[in-house]
Ligand binder design. Structure first.
Ligand code: SAH
Length: 256
């Protein structure tokens, strides 16, 4: 029946990079109250143990060897459950609006007349480098951050960021595209010595960080078998031990 009042709602919730205690309190509150939780592969999957026992949990994430649920089907699930009067939480890794297709889900809800809200999350673009001691900005070293999806076309803006001493480039979903990215950057004249770090499984017990340079990273990543999920950082802040001299100075009370 057209024009029916929708009593359910959808909350797009950012779950952070993995650990349950890197979710916001608001995310937690909505999750433990939810009638339906639509989950991804990345993010705080441990939350399952804390959901209501009668909550419907729908896993739409990509598992190795399986296809993910297509976006239009995810949109349908959200809208259908909300129209059935359910409190639906769409849980995403990181922040819903950083390469999370959150905007598309908001549009689907708005078009369907379903109330929708967005809860920010700790994005891996900042928090995963941070877990490896890499600040994406640092006074006097990096004053801007360029965040890109490694699977997209490499734009002039990305090449400019890669070539700028003062800019940090953060690449998500970039492991597969790394050789192409590096080749294009080098062809565009970016220095082979530009520091690069790859942080795999940030904020997880098996986190691993690899430091190299633009000229060396493809060989190094191949040699040690770098895999997704990983965040690639290009720029001066990615230099190994970038913060160490300052930490040492601070702890030893050195002045000047
Ligand atoms: N919305 C998410 C990003 C989704 S795209 C956010 O804001 O974080 C998925 C990509 O995020 C992965 O390919 C990887 O590049 C990165 N990522 C997410 N969690 C990660 C983690 N714990 N460790 C390393 N990379 C991670």
């Amino acid at each position: 029946m057209g024009g029916a009042v929708v009593t359910g709602r959808v909350d797009l919730v950012g779950g952070g990079p993995g650990p349950i205690d890197l979710m916001t309190v608001r995310a937690w509150r909505l999750l433990v109250q939810a009638d339906v939780v639509v989950m991804d592969r990345l993010g705080p999957t441990e939350i399952r143990a804390h959901l209501r026992p009668d909550a419907e949990v729908i896993d739409v994430g990509k598992l190795p060897g399986h296809h993910p649920v297509p976006q239009h089907e995810i949109n349908e699930i959200l809208v259908d459950r909300a129209r059935a009067g359910k409190r639906v939480v769409r849980l995403k890794g990181g922040d819903p609006f950083v390469f999370g297709r959150g905007g598309e889900e908001v549009i689907a809800c708005v078009v369907a007349g379903v109330p929708v809200d967005v809860v920010p999350g700790v994005t891996s673009a900042v928090a995963v480098p941070e877990a490896a001691g890499i600040p994406v900005t640092h006074r006097g070293i990096a004053s801007a951050v360029h965040i890109v999806n490694g699977q997209s076309e490499i734009t002039a803006a990305t090449l400019a960021a890669l070539g700028d001493d003062d800019v940090t480039t953060v690449i998500l979903m970039g492991v597969g595209a790394l050789p192409r990215l590096v080749a294009e950057a080098l062809r565009a004249g970016v220095s082979r010595e530009r520091p690069v770090a790859i942080v795999e499984r940030g904020h997880h017990p098996d986190q691993r960080t690899t430091h190299s340079t633009l000229g060396g990273i493809v060989l190094d990543a191949g040699r040690i078998g770098v895999r997704n999920p990983a965040v690639i950082v290009v720029g001066e802040v990615a230099r190994a031990g970038m913060l160490v001299p300052q930490l040492v100075a601070a702890h030893s009370g050195a002045g000047g």
